[in-house]
Design a protein around this ligand. Structure first.
Ligand SMILES: C[S@@+](CC[C@H](N)C(=O)[O-])C[C@H]1O[C@@H](n2cnc3c(N)ncnc32)[C@H](O)[C@@H]1O
Length: 278
């Protein structure tokens, strides 16, 4: 097959076939609508690697072979992230939410980033925490956990090496202070003191949780975007069980909580941060 033919095959998955796959995995069209072109390309490439003569053959393989099913799920995963995504949230965390929690004189502050992808969210929090050290003489012990269902992302998170595109919201003085800048400013390695004391885990929220009693849980741009309604509700109720009363659940800035979610109070200036009243 020449390059042109293989390109034609890559773009061959139709929306109705893609919808079938989404249904099979209990994923939501609304979440994938905007990113479907890229995801369909990954899937077409997967079909080609497996020498599938057509879409039905691919579906059959996914049903019969667990390794193929897992690989298909990985290729459907959207893992886009960046440091300080939704800038307003990080300002609110530094100026209000974290100081509010510190004021309650906790001995330890427990934070969980669910579906942390390559770790940008976790390191953003570590950077904010380091900045708070300059204001407070006494801070609680920070316990921070990042989980993702895909081990490849957790390996990348642990390594903490990023391209410029992940740092577009990081101002130059912060880049200097928190990253070792390599390759003429094209590669950024998170410094060792920022990487210290983070608990990284490969976990699927539908199978396992990293514990309970969390003061803040980041549940951003995964469950509430990409899963169908029933999994959203099931996943959310599992995650909320890990929150401590008066703890914060932070979702993505464009995400909606399921109608069944109760006992949540929105933050006064960050409408996608919710205090859970227990
Ligand atoms: C788009 S990234 C979001 C990264 C980060 N939270 C952010 O908002 O920038 C979504 C991540 O969620 C992970 N994910 C999806 N479903 C998951 C599940 N059931 N359990 C754990 N992680 C999951 C994916 O592997 C992916 O890395």
């Amino acid at each position: 097959m020449n390059k042109r033919q293989s390109h034609l095959k890559f773009s061959a998955m139709h929306d109705n076939q893609f919808q079938k796959l989404l249904d099979g995995f209990n994923l939501a069209w609304s979440g994938y609508r905007k990113v479907r072109k890229g995801v369909k390309k990954h899937l077409s490439r997967h079909m080609q690697e497996l020498n599938c003569p057509g879409f039905q053959a691919y579906l059959d393989l996914i049903t019969q072979n667990d390794a193929v099913r897992q690989e298909c799920m990985l290729r459907m995963t959207v893992s886009i992230s960046r440091f300080f995504r939704d800038r307003k949230l990080w300002v609110g965390l530094e100026q209000d939410i974290l100081p509010g929690l510190i004021k309650t004189q906790l001995r330890r502050l427990r934070i969980w980033s669910v579906g942390c992808a390559r770790g940008e969210e976790v390191y953003s929090l570590k950077i904010i925490w380091d900045r708070l050290r300059q204001t407070y003489t006494h801070l609680p012990v920070l316990e921070i956990t990042g989980t993702d269902k895909h081990s490849g992302y957790i390996d990348k998170a642990r390594a903490g090496v990023y391209a410029t595109s992940s740092l577009k919201e990081v101002p130059p003085e912060m880049r200097e202070h928190y990253f070792d800048i390599r390759r003429n400013g094209h590669r950024f390695d998170v410094k060792a003191f920022v990487k210290a004391d983070i608990d990284w885990k490969v976990q699927d929220i539908f199978a396992e949780l990293p514990g309970s009693g969390f003061n803040i849980i980041f549940l951003r741009n995964n469950l509430l975007t990409y899963y169908n309604e029933s999994l959203k509700e099931e996943g959310l109720s599992r995650v909320v069980k890990a929150l401590t009363p008066n703890g914060w659940l932070i979702v993505g800035s464009r995400e909606k909580m399921p109608a069944t979610a109760s006992n949540f109070q929105r933050h006064h200036s960050i409408p996608w941060a919710y205090r859970w009243e227990g």
